[in-house]
Design a protein around this ligand. Structure first.
Ligand SMILES: C[S@@+](CC[C@H](N)C(=O)[O-])C[C@H]1O[C@@H](n2cnc3c(N)ncnc32)[C@H](O)[C@@H]1O
Length: 282
């Protein structure tokens, strides 16, 4: 009897096929993120908390609200909830090894006259990538240089966390070498606060990668990692072409381990540094 009731309730609260398709279109339009068919568990785990917070009964009610007059803030929360913000300090260590041993020394040498470096973390999430780059750069001294790291993301909530530079113990346990924890962080209650010296090197700003980058750059290095995987082929092509135009001649692009420019934008040359792959513009 109880099971039957449970199933009945479930049938009533399950998202309709029409609303599933509506959410797929809505999320795609607002972020470029493709949600495949049959990802009901994903939609439910991300959006049911909003249903609850808004005192709604079902995901279908949330869809009705989104179709009608939902406040902008609710619309953003829905889109932000569908982004995956997984990140960690020094993610894919081989990339940072190449940066430290090979790429940065050469870049610093090449820029010695202008004493200027410009780097973009293009899907910055909560900032660990941008701050990892900042820590490596700090180790090179670079007194009197203008070093700018630009961190952007679609998700304003996650960017606020990035800008605050405050991390949980579990977050600093993931990938951050102890020597950098000691050097660049202080205790803030149970959390860890990154130093002002590092925070001042990074500027965070909300930015949708599908929009015009004409005012950006030129960047010497761009990290656009683990975000293209969420997009369709046309969106990937458009973003890779736009990114290319924001780079200095010879600039390097780092993508996620499951991402590539191959068959998407042939103007990049694949270059291997140790165990890491980068994509270079002419
Ligand atoms: C998995 S995280 C990657 C973080 C970091 N780059 C890394 O590799 O560790 C993907 C990020 O892409 C962001 N994102 C998704 N769609 C975006 C878009 N259209 N424009 C900009 N950022 C987007 C998400 O908000 C999320 O923070």
């Amino acid at each position: 009897m109880q099971t039957m009731l449970g199933e009945k309730q479930l049938a009533q609260t399950a998202i309709s096929a029409e609303n599933y398709a509506f959410l797929q279109r809505y999320i795609y339009q607002e972020s470029g993120i493709v949600i495949d068919a049959g990802k009901n568990y994903l939609i439910e785990s991300r959006l049911l908390p909003i249903v609850k917070q808004e005192n709604l009964s079902t995901l279908n009610d949330l869809c009705s609200l989104l179709r009608a007059t939902a406040p902008l803030q609710l619309k953003s929360r829905v889109v932000e909830s569908m982004t995956t913000n997984e990140t960690l300090f020094f993610r894919d260590l081989s990339v940072f090894d190449a940066l430290q041993k090979d790429i940065l020394p050469k870049l610093i040498e090449a820029r010695r006259n202008v004493r200027r470096l410009s780097i973009w973390s293009a899907a910055a999430s909560s900032g660990q990538e941008a701050y990892s780059i900042a820590m490596l750069l700090k180790e090179f001294g670079l007194e009197g240089w203008k070093v700018q790291i630009f961190g952007t993301d679609l998700n304003q909530q996650i960017l606020d966390k990035a800008a605050a530079g405050k991390y949980l113990q579990i977050e600093v346990n993931r990938g951050l070498p102890a020597k950098y924890l000691v050097k660049y962080f202080t205790r803030a209650g149970l959390d860890w606060q990154i130093s002002d010296a590092l925070r001042s090197m990074v500027k965070f700003q909300r930015f949708d990668l599908r929009t015009s980058m004409s005012s950006f750059g030129p960047f010497d290095l761009i990290f656009c990692r683990n975000v293209l995987i969420y997009f369709d082929v046309d969106t990937k092509k458009q973003i890779l072409a736009s990114i290319r135009r924001t780079m200095s001649p010879g600039g390097l692009l780092a993508l996620g381990a499951a991402e590539t420019t191959i068959n998407l934008d042939n103007a990049y040359t694949r270059v291997v540094h140790g165990a890491a792959t980068f994509y270079q513009v002419p």
